[in-house]
Design a protein around this ligand. Structure first.
Ligand code: SF4
Length: 387
């Protein structure tokens, strides 16, 4: 069995207006104790999990093959901290680390860092590009500018990191049909191996989201594109990326051949992963748990010898079935009904037929998948099926 290891680094240099993640701006002298706490959580994971009543049995024979440093902005940490965390992983798990990803913001990349990352074993960098329009980047509170992406990508490639992923966001303030097309074309010109495209999330968790909900005018809320424009932008991404040789393999993800994210596939295929750090989530096949979000609380709890797990949830059979449908349908290849519980599938058959006649689902034998042309409204399918 393969195992994914996720490391959460919840620090950023500033807070982007659209960001609804649990991340914070802290002084840089907090980074070293945080990295030490993460190392300790990894090295002593048996003790920590045991004290929280979480079974580690399923991990004893697992081989860790992916590590993902996410955030936040993990590229802010000193490379020696990242290397130390990877050493802890190598010392604590049977491992063959095929894919080690670091999320990085373009402005944080330097030659010295890139070389140190490669030397530590990082072989994939996921860039928060978000847009190639400086107007959109500035309005969203991003620190980098278009030219930082052009500066950073060659630095990484020269350091030997040849697997790059670029993120873009549909729906940033000031985004127009023309500026979105330009961002896609510039991205394709840089030829990353992998692309993630996320739709702007409007909720109470971000400053921009709250402004949009209250119909306010701050954070350039009045120039956020309409839902229709966002759906068109997503469809344009599908078209241009397909034309550039990217396979669309998950609602938000495209990859050149053989470059799908091995780590993220584990989430969609319900394979086990362990998350270390503040707010990190884990899944051992039957139980999900998450650490406390607050980084100071996380460090203090680890230092006191306890696991800062806040939510420990045993997954019921019903939940497992729902997850199989929800996560399976996110993948463009769809779900194979033969591999699901027959009784559960029978309870959904009327809904499948209804969604099929509405053109939202496609069915070929026992394979059910989202209709590619309706992916931008996939939430409607999930609400209908699982609501
Ligand atoms: S860099 Fe990423 S995690 Fe940090 S505030 Fe911006 S969007 Fe959020």
């Amino acid at each position: 069995m393969n195992l994914g290891i996720y490391i959460q680094v919840p620090f950023c240099q500033t807070k982007c207006t659209y960001c609804n993640f649990h991340t914070g701006v802290v002084s840089a002298d907090k980074y070293a104790p945080y990295a030490a706490a993460v190392r300790s959580e990894i090295t002593d994971f048996r003790k920590f999990y045991g004290s929280a009543g979480i079974s580690v049995e399923s991990f004893e024979r697992a081989v860790a093959d992916t590590v993902y440093f996410g955030g936040g902005t993990p590229s802010l940490l000193d490379p020696t901290h990242l290397a130390g965390v990877l050493d802890a992983v190598r010392g604590s798990f049977a491992q063959e680390l095929a894919e080690v990803t670091l999320e990085a913001d373009p402005e944080t990349v330097t030659e010295a860092k890139a070389q140190a990352w490669a030397a530590a074993g990082i072989n994939r960098v996921s860039f928060g590009v978000q847009s190639f329009s400086d107007t959109e980047l500035k309005a969203s509170g991003r620190l980098h500018r278009r030219e930082d992406v052009y500066r950073a990508a060659p630095i990484l490639r020269s350091a030997g990191i040849q697997n790059l992923s670029f993120d873009l966001i549909v729906g940033l303030p000031h985004q127009t049909a023309a500026s979105w097309r330009n961002s896609l074309e510039e991205l394709i010109g840089l030829n990353p191996e992998h692309v993630s495209i996320y739709m702007l999330e409007v909720d109470e968790g971000s400053r921009l989201g709250r402004e949009l909900i209250s119909l306010g005018t701050k954070y350039s809320a009045p120039v956020v594109p309409s839902d229709e424009q966002m759906a068109d932008s997503y469809d344009l991404a599908r078209e241009l990326l397909a034309g550039a040789g990217y396979e669309h393999y998950e609602i938000s993800n495209w990859a050149k051949e053989g470059r799908a994210s091995r780590h993220n596939l584990k989430y969609w295929q319900r394979e086990p992963y362990l998350g270390f750090g503040a707010g990190a989530h884990s899944f051992n096949g039957t139980t999900r748990w998450a650490n406390a979000h607050d980084s100071a609380e996380y460090v203090a709890t680890i230092q006191s010898g306890r696991l800062p797990a806040e939510q420990i949830e045993t997954i019921s059979l019903e939940q497992a079935h729902e997850e199989e449908i929800f996560l399976g349908l996110r993948q463009l290849r769809g779900i194979n009904l033969d591999q699901l519980d027959p009784f559960y599938v029978s309870t959904l058959s009327d809904k499948f037929s209804l969604l099929q006649s509405a053109g939202l689902l496609e069915r070929e034998g026992n394979i059910v998948r989202l209709a590619p042309r309706k992916l931008s409204i996939s939430n409607e399918v999930f609400v209908e099926l699982l609501g």
